[in-house]
Design a protein around this ligand. Sequence first.
Ligand code: SF4
Ligand code: SF4
Length: 348
Amino acid sequence: MAETKLSLKARRSPLTSEREQIRILSRTDRCSPFEERMRQAGFDPLYATGISVFQMNLGKLCNQTCRHCHVDAAPDRREVMTQETAARCIEALAQTDIPTVDITGGAPELNPQFRWIVAQARALGRQVIDRCNLSVLLLPSQSDLAPFLAGHRVEIIASLPYYRSAQTDAQRGEGIFEKSIAALRLLNQIGYGVEGSGLILNLVHNPVGAFLPPKQKAIEGQFRRELEHRYGIVFNHLYTITNMPISRFLEFLIETGNLESYMERLVNAFNPAAAAGVMCRYTLSVGWDGTLYDCDFNQMLNLPVSDLTPRHISDFNPAALVHRRIVTGNHCYGCTAGAGSSCGGAVT
Ligand code: SF4
Ligand code: SF4
């Protein structure tokens, strides 16, 4: 998986078009429509069961350009959530008792609103998660980021595809593994991942190639042993996440001739138990421009929530959204394969 330097958008790739991505996914030979499969499993139409996670995507700006990125994030992207939209989000959150605010990007910490959002959400008594790429903690402009996160008791979910440099750098860029290790040491030093500190540090493993993740418990044990033995690093839990066949990972699948076989793998591994627990059923995802989505993946395919519900944070109405019908497509096979996949790791 060779590294890439620019976003699809900067390279003017046809895959910048969400419609094109959806068209490609609907035409793979070995893939029956997701809705049909869900119907057979008794889950079509699929409805939300509540909202326990308020996910905010602060934009596409990132200091990395990972090969598999489903956001097409990169240093060349400029789309970021404004202060006004951030304020609408906090107002909306205050109307509810949604317990968890999950902040993602891009590298969300690079958005000037990030720290204000964290402070506001914590003041409302909500658990806050920062989806952190680790290397951002080493940027000179972010030298006080780790203590800020610790001071606000923010849970960190950090991407680390593997405990060896070759695999990690192949997916995330030359030198990223070394930076990730340095950042994990920094976090451990201030208590993150250390038993009894109350500062939670969870890691995310996703496959470096066109295959499904291994069993979460088994790979967690492997990461724990290897990271402690090689680098003295500790963490709380490891989540496995399946690569979604969209955006830059879709580009990788097409370029390597793996699209058909990957989709076939996802479809054949369809698991009704995972389908019952997909994260869109309990998540509301807000885009950088305030548009509402069922999940971060739908956000990247420009598939907003059903038009029977409010579609922008300015029109937020929890009663209308809480049991909304979920918008699905063939990319959803990425959430229902094997043990299932969500922002919190395996589903079953
Ligand atoms: S995967 Fe994460 S760290 Fe990598 S480019 Fe995308 S948003 Fe940035
Ligand atoms: S991709 Fe999104 S909408 Fe589809 S099943 Fe996964 S979480 Fe739900």
